[in-house]
Design a protein around this ligand. Structure first.
Ligand SMILES: Cc1cc2nc3c(=O)[nH]c(=O)nc-3n(C[C@H](O)[C@H](O)[C@H](O)COP(=O)(O)O)c2cc1C
Length: 323
């Protein structure tokens, strides 16, 4: 470990870090959010994005995408859940934000990072980073519609094609009254290709006064320390790393690089399989369990063995026997 990393570790003892479970549409649904936050270490989690077009959704849509709203806005382990909204219609964004908070959301997060072409074509997600004034308008509208004590956060990438407007976007988000900013350390053009450019976050950190939450490729305790040293913030959001290693937030908090044994992860798969059963058609249920095992096998050799058993299995009874 180099001196910078050691110094950062020392600072961590003095500073309270915040660790957030990332929004991951089609992956971190209510069931995975429940199982992962139950492993401990997370301060809050963010819902999959709710795409706002031009109107206020009926409550059943928000309840459907964010069932934690029926549980006081928390996962079963008590971790607060923040609804994430995506869209550029200021009135509709504000109206849905107000309703989500009335229903119990722990603040509102606004998505300026989604790379989907369909979403971007409709002026939502990362494309908005090409126009900092529209970023400002959306955050302002949501901020103005909510009581001052309610958190309004935003999540952005470094930019769309490049980082030229990165500081302007971060400043617009701050000026519009957001209380914190999460940045996925890649442009939209960079997609998910490694590496994440944590050093760019340090430039943002120097440019704004609101807390900055670093995100992208933090998959181990060592990654955490390297990211903190590069980005200059102790607050992080964990996405795929926590899907592969559900105890990652706790490990970071305990500063303990010792990996959780497979025996502590395997029962979570059984839980997940049973939980998703009632709500999904068999094909989708099988798709979801395969999806998680596929992530887990990137980290655990035991999951690779399991993957070979289930990858072509389409019989629910046989899968019941496996899980
Ligand atoms: C399957 C998937 C779905 C995602 N959905 C969302 C989303 O709904 N909202 C959002 O802001 N980011 C979303 N992201 C981006 C993540 O929140 C995060 O920024 C990204 O995965 C990088 O962090 P990581 O390397 O820790 O996973 C998604 C990522 C993945 C892999």
């Amino acid at each position: 470990m180099d001196v910078r990393i050691l110094f950062t570790s020392f600072l961590l003892v003095l500073t309270h870090m915040r660790i957030v479970l990332a929004p991951m549409e089609g992956l971190a649904d209510v069931h995975l959010r429940r199982l992962i936050t139950a492993q401990g270490g997370f301060d809050w989690t963010v819902s999959e994005f709710v795409r706002v077009v031009d109107r206020l959704y009926p409550d059943k849509v928000l309840y459907g995408m964010c069932p934690e709203l029926k549980n006081g806005g928390r996962t079963d382990s008590g971790t607060p859940m923040r609804v994430q909204l995506l869209g550029s219609d200021t009135e509709a964004m504000a109206a849905n934000a107000v309703r989500a908070v009335e229903l119990g959301s722990y603040g509102i997060d606004i998505n300026f990072g989604c790379p989907s072409r369909t979403v971007n074509r409709r002026h939502g997600g990362a494309i908005m980073l090409c126009a900092p004034d529209s970023v400002y308008r959306v955050v302002s509208a949501v901020r103005a519609a909510l009581p001052a004590n309610v958190v309004v956060s935003a999540k952005m990438r470094l930019g769309f094609d490049d980082t030229l407007l990165m500081l302007e976007n971060a400043a617009a988000i701050e000026a519009a009254g957001a209380t914190e900013l999460t940045v996925h350390a890649r442009t939209r053009r960079q997609g998910y290709a490694p590496p994440a450019h944590w050093h760019e976050l340090a430039r943002i950190r120097e440019h704004i006064r609101i807390p900055l939450i670093a995100n992208g490729d933090i998959c181990s305790v060592e990654d955490y320390h390297r990211c903190v040293a590069a980005a200059g913030t102790v607050d992080v959001m964990l996405g795929r790393g926590a899907v592969r290693m559900p105890s990652l937030a706790r490990q970071i908090r305990d500063n303990c690089a010792l990996e959780s044994p497979w025996a502590s992860i395997e029962p979570l798969l059984g839980d997940f399989w049973r939980q998703i059963g009632p709500g999904l058609p068999p094909r989708d249920r099988i798709g979801r369990i395969r999806q998680w095992v596929n992530y887990l096998r990137q980290r655990h050799p035991e999951a690779e063995v399991l993957w070979q058993i289930i990858r072509q299995e389409a019989d629910i009874q046989r899968l019941d026997a496996v899980f």
